[in-house]
Design a protein. Structure first.
Length: 298
C-alpha cells in the first residue's frame, strides 16, 4: 500500500520542479524529501525521477502517477474535512434514549433546534422503558426516571446530571366529585377506583406505591392498560382515576381533567446520563443545555 505522506511529498517535488523547492514548501530538509522519494520508489518498484542537468525531473511513469493521484488527493482532503466536522460536532450521529413522555413532550423541540444548528447530525431517539440496553447501538445520551429517595444511579463510562423532580397528577372524569378541588389530597384517592398503566416502568410503580403506603392505603384497581394515553381515555370514561407523571398528560382530551396531588405527592427524579467518550462533542453539549432548559420549564 502506498504511503500517503510519501505520495504527497512526491507530488510536491513534481509540482515544484526540484527537491529543494519542495523541501522549502513543505518545511522539510532536502535530505528528508530525498529519503521520502527513495522510499516511495522502493515501495512501488517504479522509477519516478531521472537526472536532468544538475537536478531531477519526473519520468513519464512519475508524471502518470502524479496525474492519477489527483482524485485520491481530493478525496483525502474531503475526508479531512469530514474528520474536522466530526471533531467539531457538525456531522455524525447522535443517539438518545428516553422514556415515552420525554420523547413526546421534550424531544420534538430539541430535535428542531439541533436540526437548525447541526443540520448534518443524524438524530436517533429510542425508548428505553422496555429494555435499558435496547437496540444494537449504545446511546450517547440516556434520559431516565429514578425514585427520589433512592441513591443516585451510576453507569460506568457515563456522567450523570439531575434535570428535575416532577410530580404526578390525578386524572379523572370532569364530572367526578374530585373535580371540585384544586388540589386532590392523596388520602381522598383511597375511596376511588384506579386505572393503572402497565408500562413496564418499575420505577414509576414504586413511586406511586410508596406514596399510597405513606398515605396509609392500597389502591383498588378497576382496570389495567398498556400506556398513559389509554389510562387517560379510561379516566375520561369514568372507569377510574389515573395517577401519572405531569409530563405524560400532554393535551388532555375532552371530558377529563388533571389536578395536582397533595402530600404525600408522588414524584419522580428525571436524570440524564451522557457517555463520557462523546461528552465534549458540541451537539452533545448543546443537547444537554436544551434538556436543562425544557426541564426547568416543565
Amino acid at each position: 500500500m502506498i504511503d500517503v505522506h510519501r505520495l504527497r511529498t512526491f507530488r510536491a517535488v513534481v509540482a515544484s520542479g526540484s527537491v529543494q523547492a519542495a523541501a522549502a514548501n513543505l518545511g522539510f530538509t532536502s535530505s528528508a524529501v530525498s529519503q521520502q522519494i527513495a522510499a516511495l520508489q522502493r515501495d512501488t518498484g517504479l522509477q519516478l525521477f531521472e537526472k536532468s542537468g544538475r537536478g531531477i525531473s519526473a519520468t513519464p511513469t512519475g508524471r502518470s502517477l502524479a496525474a492519477e493521484s489527483d482524485e485520491l488527493m481530493r478525496e483525502l482532503a474531503r475526508l479531512d474535512g469530514v474528520v474536522d466536522d466530526l471533531r467539531e460536532g457538525r456531522s455524525g450521529t447522535l443517539i438518545i434514549t428516553c422514556f415515552a413522555s420525554a420523547g413526546e413532550q421534550w424531544m420534538p423541540a430539541i430535535a428542531r433546534t439541533l436540526q437548525r444548528e447541526y443540520p448534518d447530525v443524524q438524530l436517533t431517539v429510542d425508548l428505553n422503558e422496555y429494555a435499558i440496553q435496547a437496540g444494537p447501538a449504545r446511546p450517547d445520551i440516556e434520559i431516565r426516571n429514578e425514585v427520589p429517595d433512592d441513591p443516585p444511579t451510576r453507569i460506568a463510562g457515563h456522567t450523570r446530571y439531575e434535570l428535575t423532580q416532577e410530580p404526578y397528577v390525578a386524572v379523572f372524569a370532569v364530572d367526578s366529585v374530585l373535580a371540585e378541588q384544586d388540589v386532590v389530597p392523596m388520602a381522598s384517592l383511597e375511596t376511588q377506583r384506579w386505572v393503572v398503566d402497565n408500562t413496564n416502568d418499575a420505577v414509576g410503580s414504586r413511586i406511586v406505591r410508596d406514596a399510597t403506603r405513606a398515605a396509609g392505603f392500597t389502591p383498588r384497581y378497576a382496570a389495567q392498560t398498556d400506556d398513559h394515553h389509554t389510562s387517560i381515555a379510561f379516566a375520561a370514561a369514568g372507569i377510574g382515576v389515573a395517577v401519572i407523571p405531569r409530563l405524560a398528560i400532554g393535551v388532555l382530551p375532552p371530558g377529563v381533567v388533571a389536578r395536582p396531588i397533595g402530600e404525600p405527592t408522588p414524584r419522580r427524579r428525571i436524570v440524564v446520563f451522557v457517555r463520557d467518550s462523546v461528552s465534549g462533542h458540541p451537539s452533545v453539549v448543546r443537547t444537554l443545555e436544551l434538556l436543562r432548559d425544557v426541564a426547568a420549564t416543565a
